[in-house]
Design a protein around this ligand. Structure first.
Ligand code: HEC
Ligand code: HEC
Length: 204
């Protein structure tokens, strides 16, 4: 009895409802077919599948909810996310994020003028300052371009980013994407913890 009460208190203190990354890993092996292969590309149009490791889990969760509920247009990601509950999303986000990038406090000298407004949320070095803002450091350059174009076109509906992307020229977008893609500490492609064979043996 005493033990149970202590355990319950402990769970509360550490956030028992917090995301379960181990469960997230178990239910996300299909994701690794794309997100676990370095340099894997979306087929059409062609651009790199985003890196997820080091991202804020809160942001990854928001992104998945966005694909599920239609705030972000992408057919595959919509069907992937549409079968996930809110709890599944939190668990998967915790697994993929791993250890989120920590701000370094460094202010790189070469921030392009076009990115001056972006740094207040995404950081001068691309490490986002708050959990709901994505880190951009080390993300694939062609994916960053694609994302900004989608905010301009309306395929992504986030009102904050719609506003900040609206006035960027194509040159601005290229410059910003190149800048953030080369920052570090950098986001990474998830390591594939098991192959198809490994998975099969796990289930044997
Ligand atoms: C067929 C390949 C494919 C599979 C399978 C796939 N994804 Fe994706 N994922 C993509 C692509 C491509 C994008 C970028 C879509 C866009 O342009 O918005 C993406 C975007 C994302 C994002 C947004 C990242 C960001 O920086 O905003 C998250 C999070 C994500 N996927 C998680 C998952 C999870 C979790 C699964 C499994 C349940 C999964 N993906 C399965 C290809 C895939
Ligand atoms: C007030 C905070 C804020 C500012 C300023 C801001 N952003 Fe964002 N940014 C966000 C949020 C929030 C999201 C996530 C939106 C969503 O869910 O689609 C985001 C998403 C993005 C993404 C998509 C990342 C991914 O992984 O898919 C890119 C690229 C981006 N921002 C670039 C920029 C650029 C370039 C600027 C400056 C011109 C800028 N942002 C200014 C808050 C901000």
């Amino acid at each position: 009895m005493q033990v149970a009460v202590t355990a319950a208190l402990l769970l509360c203190a550490t956030g028992a409802s917090a995301a379960d990354a181990a469960h997230g890993k178990r239910i996300s092996y299909t994701c690794l077919g794309c997100h676990g292969i370095d340099g894997y590309k979306n087929a059409y149009p062609s651009y790199s599948v985003p890196k997820l490791e080091g991202q804020h889990p809160e942001y990854l969760g928001a992104a998945l909810t966005g694909y599920r509920d239609g705030d972000r247009a992408h057919l595959t990601m919509h069907s992937q996310a549409s079968i996930l509950s809110d709890a599944d999303i939190a668990d998967i986000a915790a697994y993929f994020a791993g250890k989120p990038l920590a701000p370094t406090g460094r202010a790189p000298a070469g921030v392009p003028k076009a990115a001056a407004l972006c740094t207040s949320c995404h950081g001068a070095d691309g490490v986002a300052v708050a959990p709901l803002y994505p880190s951009l450091a080390g993300q694939h350059e062609d994916y960053l371009v694609r994302a900004l174009e989608e905010y301009q076109r309306g395929g992504r509906k986030n009102p904050i980013m719609k506003q900040f992307a609206a006035n960027l020229s194509a040159d601005d977008i290229d410059t910003i994407a190149a800048y953030y893609a080369h920052q570090s500490p950098a986001l990474k492609t998830e390591e594939r913890p098991y192959t198809i064979l490994g998975l099969a043996s796990e289930h044997r």
